[in-house]
Design a binder for this molecule. Structure first.
Ligand code: 0WK
Ligand code: 0WK
Ligand code: BGC
Ligand code: BGC
Length: 872
């Protein structure tokens, strides 16, 4: 099995482990009428299967058995498929459905290499079939060709499956634990649900797919030579396909009777039976039918002996009681070997599934069909017994298929239809979250327009992107030095830092910091409580650092939109990111802080600067890379700043040089600039937020909201029955329960499926399927991709503006970036950079992740301000 699953060894593996493209099992919503063909067993059947969903959930079937004459089985391929189509036409005629173009599922019980559900190339015939011109061909095309040739009806061939797969699906309809299909009939084979990550022949790691083992060929590479007897070799030599299907020839119904006959012949020759007198019948290949074994080898030995006598007399032998007992013994041995060999290989499959699930105790069901299993009680009894002996720790149930694999083929077709319909419906919804290049270019253009409106005195008030002057005009020149205190408020954590700046040769920055939490009730209480809490943390830090007595220059990273008229003043325009402390909006936050320090009367500070976290980040990275002229945050919130030409900043006097502008791009779209990109999910997130109608761009990009966008998509999918089988969990209805960090985890590494599963369990979705996990991951990646692209489009507007400001054809620039989402999401940064490169090709942009946070930047800005002040 491992050799067959592995891309490198598959070509030489005996057991081919063929992918079937059957990935989902029925979920009870399937419905409709389906045709099915069942070829390859002892009978050829044509079926009409009616599937009803919901409360009515049931399956009705009509079928007709047709024979496949040996001359057709061994004639030309076109004769065979023409015969099949004639039977189909006859069946449809009888049911008066010839004018309907019904979907069809084709059970074709031979080894086929599938490339998709309705495309399958026959590798080699087995079980006495040998029609020419079929091996190496796509049997679905051959069937379509014969239908076209006949030309009096049309059908939609949706799926082609192996009978093991059909059997698994037939039984899976009644037992959701059924994940293995077993056939012991004319031939033998098994299939099971394998983890995609183990199927190396296919791309994709997510979920499971049914694999057709084609274990009948086990041993074709010599692996069973130590078990095969001369009789086995004789059977093989006399078969239609010597050297092939060696395992099948030791087990299945096509050969079991022959095995017994050859043993009886051998014993007769050695005078051990029938006083050495054989008959022409005994020497005739195939004269000892496998069905004889069913009656001879049964649990009522007496009855079996009577039957043995009858069978041997039919071969014109004159058996004694001993002869009958010996014949019965031979039947028992041949059948027992077959059952035990089958058990051994079945256990290999069970162990594979148990290991895949890392399950202590595996609970599973095996769907079984085939004349040997069904008609030979002793065989199935021995099989069950040996399986339970070999894997006592597994709870294995055998479910005999009552309706044949035709029902399963119809189920696969019905599921394919449902999956296709659901996929189309999901993609239609997800497409509203997918942005085209044209749309992204639009976003860039509109952002550029809003930037100009924000900078212009005339339109600033109306503009959604406020382009706030920061009074940060210069970057460190290396002469700064001293100890500075910095506060960093507004991200996912509040930090107090001591930043020690050294200049000259020993130019360096040392930092000590402590992280404090801001409880929700403080974020949303009164301004006084909030600033008292901030001052309490400062006091604790100064205590901890033993610096209570010192009045250090302070730089305050305050990551909210503030109107500044100077470096040490910041009038809060509005709260964002869940903050709502009263009495702050419209106030100078430095004053609020000073008041709190005064209220505490415990230490004093020298308030020098209030900066936005984007500005702090730009400065922090600028300390290492002078080309860093843009600051970007993609964290709880999102925002950007950059160095703008003074002559363009109409709110501030003066034209010389540059000043850093805090764009507050989170509010882009608040004037409707993004309405044609907003989906119903974005509207729901905005309506339920603490600031409806505000920060629209931020609500499509940042960490505080992406999880909510995903949760709303999942709710919508579930409500439409497109996910979790339509079963909603109470927990998933809880706002904020699908944290954005889950997106990063879910898209993180190869083990995504297990992580998705555990996250879904955490969300109360304990019965989610692999498919559900795959879909959740797809929703996460679509939402995250849109966020990254929107961010890239915004940034393209910024860097292209800087290039145009400087009349350059080409510019190379660095963006300092920080924020949990940017730093932890596995694909966000690369998608954003791709989009940026595509939309601003004349800008070569380097991204520098800020390792020290914006507190360092705030301290550097403070240091520069102190230097400039000291230079007077
Ligand atoms: C009945 C299934 C058919 C399968 C057959 C195998 O409907 O698809 O091929 O069982 O058993 P057999 O007829 O070869 O004994
Ligand atoms: C770390 C910076 C801080 C900024 C934060 C944003 O030091 O100023 O606010 O990144 O990321 P978040 O913590 O919101 O993910
Ligand atoms: C075929 C399999 C089939 C099995 C049972 C084997 O000979 O190769 O595809 O599943 O018989 O019918
Ligand atoms: C704030 C910005 C801040 C950004 C990133 C937004 O909500 O309005 O000031 O830069 O979040 O933290």
């Amino acid at each position: 099995m491992d050799k067959g699953l592995c891309r490198d060894t598959n070509p030489t593996a005996a057991v081919k482990m063929l992918p079937t493209f059957v990935r989902s099992t029925p979920d009870g919503t399937e419905q409709g009428e389906f045709l099915a063909l069942d070829l390859g067993g002892s009978n050829f059947r044509v079926l009409l299967v009616k599937v009803m969903a919901g409360g009515e959930r049931k399956v009705e079937m009509e079928n007709q058995i047709y024979s496949i004459p040996e001359c057709i089985m061994r004639g030309s391929g076109s004769e065979l498929f023409d015969h099949i189509v004639d039977c189909l036409a006859d069946f449809m005629e009888k049911l008066g459905i010839k004018d309907k173009k019904l979907p069809l599922g084709f059970t074709f019980s031979f080894p086929c290499q599938q490339t998709k559900l309705d495309e399958s190339v026959l590798l080699s015939w087995t079980k006495g079939f040998r029609a020419s011109g079929v091996e190496g061909k796509d049997v679905v095309s051959l069937l379509r060709k014969s239908i076209r040739k006949r030309g009096d009806f049309d059908i939609d061939i949706v799926s082609m499956i192996n009978d093991t797969v059909g059997t698994m699906m037939t039984c899976g309809y009644d037992d959701q634990h059924c994940e293995i299909g077993l056939i012991v009939g004319t031939g033998t084979n098994a299939c099971y649900m394998e983890q995609m990550r183990n199927i190396e022949l296919l791309d994709g790691d997510e979920g499971r797919m049914c694999v057709n083992t084609e274990w009948g060929a086990f041993g074709d590479d010599g692996a069973l030579e130590h078990l095969r007897t001369d009789i086995d070799r004789e059977i093989d030599a006399g078969s239609l396909n010597p050297g092939k299907q060696l395992f099948e020839k030791m087990i299945s119904g096509m050969y079991m009777g022959e095995l017994v006959r050859l043993i009886l012949v051998r014993m007769t020759r050695e005078q051990l039976l029938f006083q050495g007198k054989a008959t022409p019948e005994l020497f005739t290949t195939g004269s000892f039918s496998t069905s004889y074994i069913y009656t001879i080898d049964n649990d009522k030995e007496e009855e079996g002996l009577v039957s043995a006598d009858k069978v041997l007399r039919r071969l014109n032998l004159d058996p004694s009681l001993e002869d009958c007992i010996a014949t019965q013994r031979v039947c028992q041995i041949v059948s027992t070997r077959a059952a035990h060999l089958c058990a051994a290989t079945l256990v290999a499959v069970l162990r594979q599934i148990r290991d895949n699930k890392a399950a202590e105790k595996l609970r599973t069901t095996i769907g079984v069909d085939g004349s040997v299993y069904k008609n030979h009680q002793e065989f199935s009894r021995r099989l069950h017994k040996m399986v339970r002996r070999l894997v006592p720790d597994c709870d294995v149930r055998f479910l005999q298929s009552q309706c044949g694999s035709g029902k399963g083929a119809a189920m696969v077709t019905a599921v394919a239809y449902r999956v296709a319909a659901q996929h189309a419906e999901r993609q239609q919804i997800l497409n509203t979250l997918r942005l085209s290049r044209e749309q992204l270019l639009d976003v860039k253009e509109r952002m550029s327009e809003e930037m100009v409106r924000g900078l212009s005195k005339q339109t600033h008030e109306q503009s959604s992107v406020k382009m706030l002057p920061t009074y940060v005009r210069s970057t460190p020149d290396g002469t700064e030095h001293g100890d500075f205190l910095a506060l960093d408020l507004g991200g996912s954590s509040f930090r107090v830092l001591l930043v020690q700046v050294q200049s000259g040769k020993r130019r360096n920055v040392d930092m000590h910091h402590k992280i404090y939490s801001i409880p929700q009730e403080t974020m949303q209480g009164t301004g006084e409580e909030l600033f008292d809490h901030i001052v309490y943390c400062i006091a604790d830090f100064l205590e901890y650092m033993g610096m209570k007595g010192r009045s250090l220059p302070l730089g305050f990273t305050f990551s909210f939109p503030c109107h500044q008229s100077k470096l040490d003043e910041g009038i809060l325009l509005r709260w964002t990111k869940g903050f709502k402390a009263s009495g702050c909006v419209g106030q100078d936050v430095i004053t609020l802080l000073k008041d709190a320090v005064r209220r505490r009367q415990d230490f004093d500070l020298n308030f020098v600067a209030v900066v936005n976290d984007t500005v702090g980040t730009m400065m922090t990275c600028g300390y290492e890379d002078p080309k860093c002229e843009v600051g970007l945050i993609v964290g709880t919130g999102t925002n950007a700043c950059y160095m703008e030409e003074m002559q363009n900043i109409e709110l501030v006097e003066g034209d010389g040089g540059r000043m850093c502008v805090n764009m507050e791009w989170g509010a882009f779209g608040d004037n409707g600039e993004l309405d044609d990109f907003c989906t119903e999910f974005d509207h729901t997130v905005d309506d339920c937020s603490s600031n409806p109608g505000k920060q629209r761009y931020e609500k499509m990009i940042s960490g505080m909201y992406l999880g909510e966008v995903v949760r709303n998509v999942l709710l919508d999918f579930t409500a439409k029955g497109l996910l979790f089988r339509g079963k909603l969990s109470e927990r998933l209805k809880t706002r904020g329960i699908f944290e954005t960090k889950f997106l990063s985890q879910i898209e993180s590494d190869r083990l995504a499926m297990r992580q998705v599963r555990s996250i879904l369990q955490h969300l109360g979705l304990t019965n989610s399927t692999c498919d559900d996990s795959v879909l959740v991951k797809e929703v996460c990646s679509v939402v995250a991709r849109r966020a990254a692209q929107l961010c890239g489009a915004g940034l393209a507007a910024v860097v292209d503006r800087i290039r145009q400001n400087r009349n350059l054809n080409h510019i190379s620039i660095t963006v300092g970036v920080d924020g949990t989402l940017y730093k932890t999401h596995p694909h966000f940064s690369s998608i954003m950079q791709e989009t940026l490169q595509d939309l601003a090709p004349q800008c070569q942009v380097t991204f520098q992740k800020s390792e020290d946070g914006s507190g360092k930047g705030a301290a550097l800005i403070t240091a520069v301000a102190c230097r400039i002040k000291s230079e007077g």
